[in-house]
Design a protein around this ligand. Structure first.
Ligand code: PHE
Length: 334
């Protein structure tokens, strides 16, 4: 009975003290087991009282251990809630800008210095803005150049395959002179590999005014590549796009003569970076601009591939995997 009183009085606030108490009473070699072993030696007329007493002791000791453990648990939880108020604060973690955004901003910056504004449009487009207005009527074979994702079964609604659709919208709503670039995400149903993805990012540019010539286009592109890559040579190769005539593919020389050599891991030579051309008169007409009065040029490039080049990234999929170890490497770049 003395033990029962002692158990009732006991208090502790460390896990070690509670455990010592438990072992003393409830452990394998604890007092209770000693008493239970003693039970057979107790005279018959005292057995009932002895039994009741040790059962009560066991119950009280067990309750005590649980009660103390709960109290302790509660206490540490409370502490956790408020933390250690004397602890110095955590430094604020700064994130990193995504390489696509870094390169996109560089491109926007370069063109805004020569008077281009930025225009945007929807990623879910209709057939008119993505194809028909751009001189790609239904059944035009060049539609196959861009494997299109259609939205459900409606052939009129699709994920834009290029941001030329934004240029159509811009021409419909603005009068020349027009100087605009259209950055944005585009979608094509292509197999995903280290070099291509089913979505990527473009910046397309459009310049419409009186007497705009092919020489203006070439000089603008030369200015652009020099600003982006350093001193660089470009080459225009004849090509075909339904919305420009004539059309060309722009290659930039990647090699010993460019200031960016040190950034390149492998390969020198001509590298294709964009398509361009003089806006087809049919496109101007479709967008409510008189081709007798105005002419213009357009160009379009993929941001992802340029980002791979500039930052020596070997796999385009890294750009959309959100791997923090990859993204953290762009900390500090603006
Ligand atoms: N829209 C073309 C593409 O996505 C690029 C381009 C734009 C070509 C403007 C010429 C003129 O492939």
């Amino acid at each position: 009975k003395g033990h029962i009183a002692e158990v009732e009085k006991f208090s502790a606030d460390t896990p070690e003290a509670i455990e010592a108490f438990r072992i003393k009473y409830l452990g394998k070699k604890g007092l209770l087991n000693v008493f239970f072993a003693e039970f057979k030696n107790v005279p018959n007329n005292q057995k009932k009282e002895f039994g009741q007493t040790i059962n009560e002791l066991k119950q009280r000791a067990t309750d005590k251990v649980n009660e103390l453990k709960n109290a302790l648990h509660h206490q540490t939880e409370e502490k956790g809630k408020f933390g250690d108020l004397t602890r110095p604060g955590n430094p604020i973690e700064l994130g990193a800008r995504h390489p696509i955004s870094i390169v996109k901003n560089q491109i926007i910056d370069i063109f805004s210095r020569i008077g281009f504004n930025v225009s945007e449009g929807p990623e879910i487009e209709d057939d008119w803005h993505n194809f028909t207005a751009l001189n790609l009527p239904e059944y035009h074979p060049a539609r196959d150049m861009q494997d299109t994702f259609f939205v459900q079964t409606d052939p009129d609604i699709l994920l834009r395959t290029h941001t030329s659709s934004v240029q159509v919208r811009y021409m419909e709503n603005n009068k020349p002179p027009i100087r605009t670039i259209s950055p944005g995400r585009v979608y094509r149903n292509e197999a995903i590999s280290a070099r291509s993805h089913c979505f990527f990012h473009q910046v397309e540019g459009l310049y419409i005014d009186k007497d705009v010539s092919f020489a203006d286009l070439k000089q603008t592109l030369q200015y652009f590549t020099t600003e982006l890559f350093g001193k660089s040579k470009i080459r225009l190769r004849p090509s075909y796009f339904p919305f420009t005539e004539p059309s060309a593919e722009v290659d930039v020389y990647w090699g010993l003569e460019t200031e960016t050599d040190y950034r390149m891991t492998k390969g020198t030579g001509w590298l294709e970076i964009m398509g361009c051309g003089m806006v087809d008169p049919n496109v101007l007409k479709n967008c409510g601009i008189d081709p007798e009065e105005y002419s213009g040029f357009a160009f379009g490039m993929g941001i992802d591939r340029i980002a791979l080049l500039l930052h020596q990234i070997s796999d385009i999929r890294l750009l959309s995997e959100n791997d923090i170890r990859f993204l953290e490497q762009f900390k500090g770049a603006l």
